[in-house]
Design a protein around this ligand. Structure first.
Ligand code: T4K
Length: 409
C-alpha cells in the first residue's frame, strides 16, 4: 500500500486542473455479481410474477430476518413509505419527537399523516437524538419517539426505552443508514417497536428503490403486511386501511444479489474509511466522525466536521473547493429539517432548542466512498483537502472572486 498523499495538490480553484476528470458522487450504487443478477431477472421474466409478494421478495425477507436476528422482516417500496406505514401501525398520532438532524423523509413521513414532528436536538459527538433533551419536549399530545441511527451509529436505545416506558410512548427507529450495524453487540433491527431500513440506490446495500420494516412483534408485523397491500387479506377481502408499499421482484433480485456481496461492500467501505483517516490525520480544524471499534459498522458515510477557526475555511468553502475538483461532497443534513418547508413556516423558532443541530448542519460534510472509490482516489481527495487548508487565505480570495464574477455575469 502506498503512503497517503501529504503534499500540496495544485488546486483547480487556484488555476490548476481538477483532480478528477468527471464527477465523483457520494452515492454511486454498489452492485454485486452482475451474472447472478441477470440470472435472477431472467427467472422473474420466465415466471411472469413481477410483484405482490413474489418469491424473490419472500426470500429477501427471510434472509434479512436471519441476518439481523429478528422475527419479522417486511420488504417495502422505500423507507419513506415504510415509515408512514409503521407509524400508523404502532398507533402514533398527534405529536412525535424526532431529531431535526436527519434526512427530511423522517419528518415528512409524520407530517404527511398530519402528525406533528417535534424536533429534538442531538448529541454533539454521536449526532443521534439526545435522550436528555427528549423529556422536556413531552406534552399530553406526545405519542412516540422516532430515533435515527444516523451514519449507522445506534441511538442510545436504553435511555430512550426507559423514557418511553415511563411515559407510555411508542418507539420506532429510522435505521435507514444502519443495515448490518450493531449496537452494544446486537444487530440493529430488533430495537423499539419496529425499525425501518432504506435500500435506496445510494445506500451501501441497495435494491435500487426499497426498504424494509423489522420487528419482533407479530401483531405489528401482521398489520404492516396488510397495510402495505391495500389491506387485502386475500382476493376481494379488504380488512384494513392500507396503501401500496410493496417491493417488486426486480428490486428484490437486486437485493438478493447485493446481499451475497455484503461483506465485500463493508470491507471496501472500511478500507476507504481507514484511508481517509490516515490521509486527513493532523489536518487542523477537521474531525473525522469515529466509530466504536467494538461494534460492527457499514462505514457507508465518511463524515467530516469542519471547524472554521482551525481549518481557516468554512465547511461551505471546503465543499466549494471539492466541487471544483469534481468531488461532489455533500452537506448532509443541511440545513436541518426545522429549516426546511413546511417546518420553518410552522415552527419559525424551533432553532432556539436545537443549538447542536444548527452547529452540525453548518459543519458536516460527507465524502465519496463505496466500491466505486479506491485508495488512490482517496489520496487525491485528501491531497485537495490538505492543500486547501494549507493555502486557506489564497483559496478564500479565489472563491470570493468567483462569487463576484458569477454575480456580475
Ligand atoms: N431516513 C433517513 C435517515 C434517510 O437518510 C433516508 C434516505 C430516508 C429515511 C428515506 O429513505 P428512502 O425513502 O429514500 O428509501 C439521498 C437518497 O436519495 C436518500 O435515499 C438518502 N436517505 C439520502 C441520505 O441521500 P440525495 O438528496 O442526496 O440525492 P440523490 O438520491 O440524488 O443521490 C445522491 C448522489 O448519488 C447523486 O448526486 C448521484 C448519485 N447517484 C444517485 C443515484 C440515485 C448515483 O450515482 N446513482 C444513482 O442511481 O438523497
Amino acid at each position: 500500500m502506498s503512503a497517503p498523499a501529504k503534499t500540496s495538490a495544485p488546486l483547480a480553484v487556484l488555476g490548476g486542473s481538477p483532480a478528477f476528470a468527471s464527477d465523483l458522487h457520494v452515492g454511486k450504487p454498489n452492485l454485486g455479481d452482475r451474472r447472478r443478477l441477470l440470472a435472477r431477472v431472467n427467472d422473474i421474466i420466465d415466471r411472469r410474477w413481477f410483484t405482490n409478494n413474489g418469491p424473490c421478495v419472500q426470500e429477501l425477507e427471510r434472509r434479512i430476518a436471519e441476518l439481523l436476528g429478528v422475527k419479522h422482516c417486511i420488504a417495502m417500496c422505500n423507507a419513506t413509505v415504510a415509515l408512514e406505514i409503521v407509524t400508523r401501525a404502532v398507533g402514533m398520532g398527534a405529536e412525535v419527537i424526532v431529531p431535526s438532524f436527519t434526512f427530511v423523509a423522517t419528518a415528512h413521513a409524520l407530517q404527511w399523516q398530519e402528525i406533528t414532528p417535534v424536533f429534538c436536538d442531538v448529541d454533539p459527538r454521536t449526532h443521534t437524538i439526545d435522550p436528555a433533551q427528549i423529556e422536556r419536549l413531552i406534552t399530553p399530545r406526545t405519542t412516540g419517539i422516532i430515533g435515527v441511527h444516523l451514519w449507522g451509529k445506534g441511538c442510545d436505545v436504553e435511555a430512550i426505552g426507559e423514557i418511553a416506558r415511563k411515559h407510555r410512548l411508542k418507539v420506532i427507529y429510522d435505521a435507514a443508514h444502519a443495515f448490518g450495524c450493531t449496537h452494544r453487540g446486537q444487530m440493529i433491527g430488533s430495537f423499539g417497536d419496529a425499525e425501518v431500513f432504506s435500500f435506496h440506490a445510494t445506500k451501501f446495500f441497495n435494491t435500487a428503490e426499497g426498504g424494509c420494516v423489522t420487528t419482533n412483534d407479530t401483531r405489528i408485523a401482521t398489520k404492516i403486511s396488510l397495510m402495505r397491500n391495500f389491506g387485502f387479506a386475500g382476493y376481494d377481502n379488504v380488512i384494513h386501511l392500507g396503501t401500496n408499499g410493496k417491493m417488486d421482484e426486480f428490486s428484490a433480485a437486486v437485493g438478493l444479489t447485493n446481499l451475497e456481496s455484503l461483506e465485500e461492500f463493508m470491507a471496501a467501505n472500511r478500507r476507504n474509511y481507514e484511508r481517509y483517516a490516515a490521509g486527513l490525520a493532523g489536518v487542523p480544524g477537521l474531525r473525522l466522525y469515529d466509530f466504536d471499534p467494538r461494534e460492527r459498522f457499514n462505514f457507508q458515510y465518511v463524515v467530516v466536521e469542519v471547524e472554521p477557526a482551525g481549518a481557516g475555511l468554512t465547511r461551505d468553502e471546503l465543499v466549494d473547493v471539492l466541487h471544483t475538483e469534481h468531488v461532489l461532497a455533500r452537506k448532509y443534513f443541511f440545513p436541518g429539517c426545522h429549516r426546511m418547508e413546511p417546518y420553518r413556516s410552522y415552527f419559525p423558532h424551533a432553532g432556539l432548542l436545537l443549538p447542536q443541530t444548527d452547529r452540525l448542519t453548518q459543519r458536516v460534510m460527507v465524502l465519496p466512498t463505496g466500491t466505486a472509490v479506491d485508495e488512490e482516489m482517496i489520496d487525491r481527495i485528501c491531497g485537495v483537502v490538505r492543500a486547501a487548508i494549507e493555502r486557506s487565505g489564497e483559496v478564500r480570495e479565489a472563491l470570493e472572486l468567483r462569487r463576484v464574477q458569477s454575480a456580475t455575469g
